[in-house]
Design a protein around this ligand. Sequence first.
Ligand SMILES: Nc1ncnc2c1ncn2[C@@H]1O[C@H](COP(=O)(O)OP(=O)(O)OP(=O)(O)O)[C@@H](O)[C@H]1O
Ligand SMILES: [Mg+2]
Length: 387
Amino acid sequence: MAKKNVRPSAAATTPKVQSPPAELRYADELAVMREADTAARPEGWKLSPTSVVDFICGSDGEKVGARKSDALVISEKFVGPRDIVQRCVVTLAGERGLMLVGEPGTAKSMLGELLAAAISGSGGLAVQGTAGTTEDQIRYGWNYAMLLDRGPTPLALVPSPVMQAMRRGSIVRFEEITRCLPEVQDALISILSERRMMIPELDDEDSSLFAAPGFSLVATANLRDRGVSEMSAALKRRFNFETIAPISDAQRECQLVASRAATMLSETGGDQAIDQALVELLVTVFRDLRSGRTDEGWQVNRPSTVMSTAEAVAVATAIMRESVFFPSGFDPVSRMPGHLLGVVLKDDEKDRERLLTYWDGPVQRRAKSGGQLWKRLAEARGVLEDA
Ligand SMILES: Nc1ncnc2c1ncn2[C@@H]1O[C@H](COP(=O)(O)OP(=O)(O)OP(=O)(O)O)[C@@H](O)[C@H]1O
Ligand SMILES: [Mg+2]
C-alpha cells in the first residue's frame, strides 16, 4: 500500500510549554515553506529572502506548499509595513547587524525572534542585555574547575550565544542592548566588523574563531531605556537601524488584539470567544491615550506610561480570563477601568488624574452622544478613584 504523505502536525508531537518559541509555534508553517522554497538564498539560510518575508508578513490568503495535501496559508505575524521587514532581511544578509528600535511593546523582540526562526531555524540564541551584563556573556567564559585542572583548552571554554551563533552560522539576538554598559556593548565591534572572535588564551590554531556563513546579529533597543545615543559611534556604524512604530491602522490593531488575546487564552486552556465590541472600545482608549488625540480631534492628556499594543493584548486577555473565572454577573466594560489603571499607574500618581480627565472629557462626550458601551464605561468612573 502506498504510504500516505501526510506530515504529523508539530503541535501534536511537541510537549506543551507556556509560551512556545516561534520555531515551535509555527513549526508546521516553517516545514511547509522549507519544502516548497526552491529560490536561491544566502549561504547558511534555511529559507530564501522572499519566504522569510512571507513567513513574517503572511501569504495574503494564498496557500503555500510543495503538495496540495499539506499546503497552508501562512499567517500574518508582524502587523506593519512589509518593506520594513524586507529591509531587515536585506540587512541580515549583509555585513552589518540589525538594530530594531522603538517604544516598548511594538513587537521588536517578536520580529527579531521571527527573523531568527525563519532564517536560522531557531530564535533561541539570545543575550538579554541588563545593567549587569558582562563581556563574558557576549564573548566566552570558562569552566573554572576544568580550567584549573587542564589549563585553557577549547573544552574548558564556555561559549556565549554570540560565539555559538558564529560557529553555527546563525542569527543571534541581543535584547535590550542599550541597557548594557557602553564598554560592554563595544565587545561587539570587532565581532561585527571582522566577523571574528579572538581567544588569546588558547593555542594559536584555536585562537581565532571565524563566523560561519549565515551568522548575523539582531539587537533591540527600547526608546524609554537608557538612550541609543549612549552607544558608541563605532558600534552604531556597525548596525542598520530600523524604527518600529506602533500599529498605525486602528482596525488592524483591533484584529491583532483580538487574535493575540484568543491565542493567549487558548494556550492557557481557555476557549471563550473574544468580545469584538469590547476589543474595539479598549483599542480606542489605548490609541487615544497613546497619541494624545482622539479621532474626533479632542486633545487628551497622555499618561507617562506607554500604552502599547502589547499592554492592550494583556488587558483584553485579563478581562476575558476574569469572565471565565468569575462569571456571575460579569460585565467586561465595567472591569476595564480597573485593569487600565494597572497599566497606567506605574510610577506617577498624576497618571490617575490624567485618566480621570480622559473619562471626564472624551468618555463622557461619547456617552452623551449615545454610545452604549461608552455610557457603561463612563458609569464605571468611580473605580478609577477608589482603586
Ligand atoms: N505590530 C505588531 N505586530 C504584531 N504583534 C504586535 C505588534 N505590536 C505589538 N504586538 C504584540 O505585542 C507583543 C509584545 O511584543 P514585544 O515583546 O516583541 O515588544 P517589544 O517591542 O520587544 O517590547 P519591549 O520594548 O517592551 O521589549 C507581541 O507578542 C504582540 O502580541
Ligand atoms: Mg522586547
